[in-house]
Design a protein around this ligand. Structure first.
Ligand code: G3I
Length: 325
């Protein structure tokens, strides 16, 4: 099984989050991406704070690079993410727009970005992480102060994306959605309201930043509940933490590697049992353990992905393959 590639064996796209800088500077990274993945997601470069330099002025270079790279290497691109409270550029936040002016500018941004990559970026996380744990509307410092009914604003953002690229698949993306029934119910309510008002939505992204301590039964129950909505399902940011107590003495032993492999196998097998019509992609949040966001955000001794720091296939990679059987 060592020479089988996950992207060739899966009947759905297998994606990875990438950074332009790694792609430009690390040939082994580029080779591993091409060999193992059929879709890429920009870990940062397609967010507002990276593209939206100032009013009507955009940084396209890093996005163009990723889109051109994907086209040259027969890979799809998943756009992440058009509207995220954490990614509004500071120059924009400081303009103190009223809700009408704010939404008009966001509409222009969505129209310009989705329009530029029409037919090249075939799916977008239009909106990311708008619910608090438990399902309440997020009390952020950008959207919440302007809209007492943010769901309407978010629905219109989906419409703006649809209007400019009718063929792009439009996703809502969030974390903890399969382990937090409150969040899941909030997502179901939002989808129902969108559909009642005629706002478009094609899919749900469940990030899956989980770990060995996450109960697999809970994951499977929550995923089945969420997929019962009937939309495309994207496991969008999969990584599996094993150093759950953040120990400096942690060793990624063979036994722990096998445990991680079994978790990947169960998650892939669960996803693979979706109806074909709901399969979109499984994307890992990174290509190699070495560049995982978790090394800075969680603990330096963490090994969450499918390829190790030398781009060798880990037991987790074999677990992914077994989950496809
Ligand atoms: O590249 C710039 C550099 O030019 C600048 O000088 C420096 C100082 O601001 O920032 C650099 O950008 C960093 C960027 O990653 C690229 O490396 C940002 O500081 C840093 O905040 C950003 O972190 C990303 C984070 O989202 C915020 O955008 C992480 O890499 C990325 O893994 C993380 O991904 C999120 C998903 O989008 C949504 N779901 C949760 C997930 C983890 O937080």
């Amino acid at each position: 099984d060592t020479d089988i590639s996950i992207k060739d064996k899966a009947t759905f796209k297998v994606g990875a989050a990438v950074k332009t800088s790694y792609l430009k500077n690390d040939a082994d990274y580029k080779d591993a991406l091409i060999a193992n993945f059929s879709q890429l997601t920009a870990e940062f470069e397609m967010k507002m704070e990276s593209i939206w330099a100032s009013e009507n002025n955009y940084n396209w270079d890093a996005v163009d690079y990723l889109v051109d790279f994907a086209q040259d290497n027969n890979m799809e691109v998943h756009g992440h993410t058009l509207v995220w409270y954490r990614s509004f550029p500071s120059w924009f936040k400081n303009q103190n727009n009223d809700s009408i002016a704010f939404e008009a500018k966001v509409k222009t941004y969505i129209t310009d970005v989705v329009g530029r990559y029409k037919g090249k970026i075939k799916s977008w996380d239009v909106v990311n992480e708008v619910f608090e744990d438990g399902g309440g509307m997020r009390n952020d410092d950008v959207i919440a102060p302007l809209f007492n009914d943010p769901i309407g604003f978010y629905g219109r953002c989906f419409q703006y994306a649809r209007d400019v690229d009718p063929d792009a698949k439009l996703f809502y993306n969030d974390y903890s959605v399969v382990i937090d029934s409150g969040k899941r119910n909030a997502i179901k309510d939002m989808v129902t309201r969108f559909q009642e008002k005629g706002y478009p939505i094609d899919g749900i992204g469940a990030q899956f930043h989980y770990g060995k301590s996450t109960n697999m039964g809970t994951i499977i129950e929550g995923f089945n509940d969420l997929s019962s909505i009937g939309l495309l399902m994207h496991i969008s940011e999969l990584d599996i933490k094993m150093n759950t107590n953040k120990s400096d003495l942690f060793v990624f032993s063979n036994a722990i590697a096998q445990e991680q492999s079994d978790i990947y196998k169960e998650i892939v097998s669960m996803y693979n049992s979706l109806p074909e019509s709901q399969k979109f992609a499984i994307s890992t949040w990174g290509v190699t353990d070495n560049y995982s966001w978790l090394l800075t955000e969680w603990h330096p001794k963490e090994y969450p992905l499918l390829l190790d720091s030398n781009y060798n296939k880990k037991k987790a990679y074999q677990g992914f393959i077994l989950g496809l059987n």
